[in-house]
Write a protein that binds this ligand. Structure first.
Ligand code: AMP
Length: 546
């Protein structure tokens, strides 16, 4: 017997319809790429998204076609997403920080037909366009007054382009399983692989994301996603914000501490989301200028491990709750969010920090397990490391064009490539990427834990730990440190600081100081580059012994 409820496909454009009807006047404020702040509303975003859809149709774009965006978070980018999905086409966000070769590879692999491009990236694409044969037209996200002279194929200014149609358009009717968006993994090994979100997965993911134990987002909030739309589906905020009707603040191209701070304060932002490096810059700016935060109450931090010192600063100095989250492009992207479950009782502040260092528990729609190398489940005791595997309605089942082959185990779980522990209350903690974990004398050492500890030292700006070949132990940890500006630190200071806080055999065998640690296009420490740099390194103790 079937249920007798209505068939109401979960489609992305239903989200902007809802926002326009129920919260039509709510503001969408952007720092425009041209400079000034720009204000619009959900009602207007929807109206102009209809023009985008209609105009794309006039350019011959059809349902299922891929349309690239190479753009910052602004109202125009938001309109483009809804216009693309409302026509049944597929938004394909491209990360401009990728190497040009990778950009060419993924635009060709996706066979993008049209590209929305911000002014910032016009020079980059001009150099690349010979290698992007599938792109028939470039729509520059600006108006006629700011349109540059450009050699881009069929280039047109966005405002002029949409002004050619009246917006008298009806969203196309689609199967909710139709593709809505695409994002390629950053591909640290091999070519980037395309993850294809469906309308259904985007809508369900956003419903999950707004819940109190996740983003905790309501119509009374003002959210600023500092995380760009081109990182891991923009953490779904382009859908979850309009779903609740909260105010949306988009930071455009300026992600430095001062610019982010200015918007947080001037727009009354209550909730924000981004990777730790962005918050490092914000905290440094506030500290240097003796600033406070008057409206921000919650910061969602993920993408890489959030250091304890950062959680402490936000919570203690600025009275902002940190929600530490973990996810992946392949997961739409939320996989877990950390909160203090009642099971923990009422921990003191240090206890709260211990818990918040974990990446958290899986929300409904995500199933998690940890397994050993043989695929056997390992216990949820908060200590045993295992490969983190996930399954759920917003988790990829395969990559675009079947790249990488079968990516699920026989039970349908996807191997995240992360190593983690899970405590008895279901809170997961990432200890490493599987390929970064240090195997010393047959035991595993968590590089993330060592890094977290090192950045807790007041003179350390950033830290990375890599495994270096060792004749006796196979691998031993080498700690690489970027000191804070104008600070001088000695190796012994760091070692003394770490002593007693970790098992003796986890202690790095050496500490080296560098000016900069390399990062990937999504802001993660690029351990492959560090390993390459230190490939001929030998530990002083080892050299003495030889
Ligand atoms: P991406 O698909 O680019 O978002 O990268 C996903 C990967 O980022 C995950 O598999 C993790 O290795 C890492 N990651 C994301 N969030 C966190 C976090 N909170 N702590 C540690 N690693 C994280």
């Amino acid at each position: 017997m079937l249920g007798l409820m209505q068939d109401w496909p979960l489609l992305c454009h239903r989200v902007i319809d809802h926002a326009a009807i129920q919260h039509g006047g709510r503001e969408v404020v952007s720092r425009s790429v041209e400079g000034p702040l720009h204000r619009t509303t959900y009602r207007e975003v929807r109206r102009r998204a209809m023009q985008v859809a209609q105009r794309l149709g006039r350019d011959g774009i059809k349902a299922g076609d891929r349309v690239a965006t190479l753009a910052w978070n602004t109202w125009r980018h938001l309109e483009a997403w809804y216009g693309i999905t409302g026509l049944g086409a597929v938004y394909h966000t491209i990360n401009p920080r990728l190497f040009p070769d990778q950009i060419a590879y993924i635009a060709n692999h996706a066979e993008d037909r049209l590209m929305f491009v911000d002014l910032t990236f016009v020079p980059l694409v001009e150099k690349l366009q010979e290698r992007l044969p599938t792109i028939e037209r470039y729509v520059v996200l600006t108006d006629a007054a700011h349109m540059p002279q450009t050699s881009l194929r069929n280039a047109v200014a966005y405002e002029e382009w949409i002004a050619e149609v009246d917006g008298d358009f009806a969203w196309v009717t689609l199967d909710e399983n139709a593709a809505a968006g695409m994002c390629y993994t950053s591909g640290t090994t091999g070519n980037p692989k395309g993850v294809v979100y469906s309308h259904r997965s985007n809508v369900l993911h956003s419903m999950m994301a707004v819940a109190p134990d996740a983003f905790d987002l309501s119509v009374r909030d003002a959210i600023m996603p500092v995380v760009p739309f081109f990182h891991a589906n923009g953490w779904s905020i382009a859908f979850s914000a309009p779903m609740t009707g909260c105010k949306l603040v988009l930071p455009g191209a300026k992600l430095d501490g001062a610019s982010v701070y200015e918007l947080l304060e001037s727009e009354g932002v209550t909730m924000t989301a981004g990777v730790p490096t962005v918050w490092l810059a914000l905290l440094a700016h506030m500290e240097a200028n003796g600033l406070k935060l008057s409206t921000l109450r919650r910061a969602l931090i993920g993408g890489s491990a959030c250091p304890r010192a950062m959680i402490q600063k936000f919570e203690q100095t600025y009275n902002v709750h940190v929600a530490h989250a973990w996810g992946m492009t392949e997961m739409s992207p939320i996989g877990s969010i950390c909160g203090i479950k009642p099971d923990y009782g009422t921990p003191d502040f240090e206890g709260v920090l211990d818990i918040k260092m974990k990446q958290g528990s899986a929300p409904f729609t995500v199933e998690m397990k940890i397994a050993d190398d043989a695929g056997k489940d390992v216990p949820w005791d908060g200590k045993t490391f295992g490969r983190l595997m996930v399954r759920g309605v917003c988790v990829a089942r395969e990559y675009f064009r079947g790249e990488g082959g079968d990516i699920l185990d026989p039970d349908g779980f996807f191997d995240t490539g992360d190593v983690a522990t899970i405590d008895p209350y279901g809170n997961m903690q990432i200890t490493d990427r599987a390929k970064d974990v240090i195997k010393s004398g047959g035991e595993w050492i968590s590089t993330i834990e060592l890094e977290n500890l090192a950045v807790g030292h007041p003179k350390v700006a950033e830290a990375a730990v890599i495994g270096v070949r060792h004749p006796k132990w196979d691998e031993r940890p080498l700690l690489v440190i970027v000191p804070k500006k104008d600070e001088k630190i000695e190796k012994d200071e760091i070692i003394a600081f770490m002593q007693g806080k970790i098992a003796k055999w986890w202690m790095p065998d050496d500490v080296v100081f560098v000016d900069e640690i390399p990062h990937t296009a999504t802001g993660k420490i690029q351990k492959t580059a560090l390993r390459e740099r230190f490939k001929d390194y030998t530990f002083p103790t080892q050299a003495a012994a030889e």
